[in-house]
Design a protein around this ligand. Structure first.
Ligand code: NAD
Length: 481
């Protein structure tokens, strides 16, 4: 078994009470690693070391230029080790090796981008309205930052937070998902070996209630940056509010992919299929609602069913596989239960609708790509996040109807618009209440493009120049001259 200890103060760390738990491989359903099971005592240790590192010469004493240069050097180290980090992620989350390798190979860009921004964090001289006064602002790191991540894209989603936090001069304590801790610990080890000072990037592994909750409550944590489900996000937001902490929440979605009759239907069908079935539907931006203009409903549905119906399921490490298993056992049960909910509410199965045959795919947690037609937007399958390979198809009449249905959701993370009319594309982009709108494409993300949710999809922005603001305080200095 592979050991996943914690990483605190620049060194591996076992749980104070010595406990471990197993991490299972979703393809085989069998344990492949044991993970240190942390608790409040481990959190205390990690926060204390992060707090000390904030002021230490080796980190707090660095110039912004030196900090930025260090991040750029770390980017190269991550790039050199991308394949081994990606392999760890696949063992833990069962996503396609090709996809994880692509994601991890992209991670260095966050370190380069925010490394470049580190010495462009500037205050202002204020044209103050009171004679005899001089006033200016300073931008300072917010302090010890708690980063709590989910299992679906462990290192990519970590990089979205870690790189801007470090560029701003913060120190961090990361709590990875209990299902996918291995790559985060490996990254911490790697970055310290490459010169990141001790105490700057600490990892406490374990469960949400044992590690996540005490981390958020810790009085020396100044900022909490969380990606995960909206239920956990609400509880973290409430706890951070009690402690008067900065908080950013990147939560779930029920994103619409909206296809108009004037769209290129071949591109649209491809975009719809990869929008929901890539990563086995386990992405926050999954296009889980297909809104299709009524006159092309049957044609588009048959194209989408045909494309998704031929997707090969199997070993995520095989280059031939197109759809992998569900990452966790509880998530597998949850996805299957939604198939029953949709049927009971009157939706019709146009494809899939159940688990895959173990004779075809082995003992892993596989759900067949599933498409429901005859869905109304008020059904649970159209309102609740499934986080699996399940598409709900909803017809619409015209542009106004499409906007109404798209926005009739508690969520607002992403939306796709497929049309050949650019005027319509711009009107839709204005009208949709979501943090990202893609036109004639879906799922594009970049380190330079701000990302985040409207409504229950979250608060705060990641990526782009905006994200560094999330890790800074503004101090105003008045001088009576
Ligand atoms: P989750 O909320 O169950 O867990 C996320 C993290 O929070 C884990 O590390 C978990 O241990 C921790 N946690 C659980 N309870 C906690 C508590 N009380 N206090 C502190 N930490 C706690 O989510 P998940 O199942 O791992 O991830 C799937 C969810 O993440 C989906 O809903 C998905 O939409 C969302 N997601 C959002 C984005 C985004 O950027 N908006 C990206 C990826 C995933």
């Amino acid at each position: 078994m592979y050991d996943v200890p914690m990483f605190i103060d620049g060194a591996e760390h076992r749980a104070v009470d010595g406990a471990w738990f197993d991490s299972e491989d979703p393809y085989t359903g069998k344990p492949w690693a044991q993970v240190a099971q942390g608790g409040a005592a481990d959190v205390d240790l990690a926060v204390a070391t992060a707090n000390a590192a904030l002021e230490a010469d080796a980190w707090g004493g660095l110039t912004a230029t030196a900090r930025g240069a260090l991040l750029v050097r770390l980017a190269d180290v991550i790039a050199e080790h991308a394949d081994e980090l990606a392999a760890l992620e696949v063992n833990d989350n069962g996503k396609l090796l090709a996809e994880m390798a692509g994601q991890v190979a992209y991670v260095p860009q966050w370190f380069r981008y925010y490394g470049g921004l580190a010495d462009k964090i500037e205050g202002r001289v204020l044209p103050i309205d009171k004679p005899g006064y001089f006033a200016y602002t300073r931008r300072e790191p917010v302090g010890v930052t708690a980063i709590i991540t989910p299992w679906n894209s462990p290192l990519l989603l970590l990089a979205w937070k870690l790189a801007p936090a470090l560029a701003a001069g913060c120190t961090v304590v990361v709590k990875p998902s209990e299902f996918t801790s291995a790559s985060t610990v490996a990254l911490a080890r790697l970055l310290h070996e490459a010169g990141l000072p001790k105490g700057v990037f600490n990892v406490v592994t374990g469960f949400g209630k044992d590690v996540g909750a005490p981390l958020v409550e810790h009085p020396d944590v100044a900022k909490v940056s969380f990606t995960g489900s909206d239920a956990t996000g609400r509880s973290i937001g409430a706890s951070a509010g009690q402690g008067i902490k900065h908080v950013a929440l990147e939560l779930g979605g029920k994103s619409p992919n909206i296809v108009f009759a004037d769209a290129d239907l071949i591109s649209a069908a491809n975009g719809v299929v990869s929008g929901i079935f890539a990563a086995t539907g386990q992405t926050c931006i999954a296009g889980s609602r297909l809104l299709v203009q009524r006159e092309i409903h049957d044609e588009l549905v048959s194209r989408v069913v045909e494309l998704a119906g031929t997707a090969r399921m199997g070993d995520p490490r095989s280059p031939d596989t197109q759809v992998g298993p569900i990452t966790t056992r509880p998530q597998y049960q949850k996805v299957l239960s939604y198939l029953d909910v949709a049927r009971e509410d009157g939706a019709q199965v146009a494809l899939g609708g159940g688990p895959a045959d173990p004779a075809d795919v082995g003992d892993g947690w596989f759900v067949r790509p599933t498409i429901f037609t005859g869905v109304r937007n008020d059904m649970r399958i159209a309102q609740e996040e499934v986080f699996g390979p399940v598409l709900a198809v909803i017809p619409f009449e015209d542009e106004a109807d499409a906007v109404r249905i798209a926005n009739d959701s508690a969520y607002g993370l992403g939306a796709g618009v497929w049309t050949s009319d650019m005027g319509r594309a711009l009107r839709m982009a204005d009208a949709i209440k979501a943090g990202t709108v893609w036109v004639n494409t879906y799922r594009a993300v970049s380190f330079m493009a701000p990302f985040g949710g409207y409504k229950s999809s979250g608060v705060g922005r990641e990526n782009g120049a905006e994200a560094i603001e999330e890790y800074l305080e503004t101090k105003t200095v008045w001088i009576n001259s």
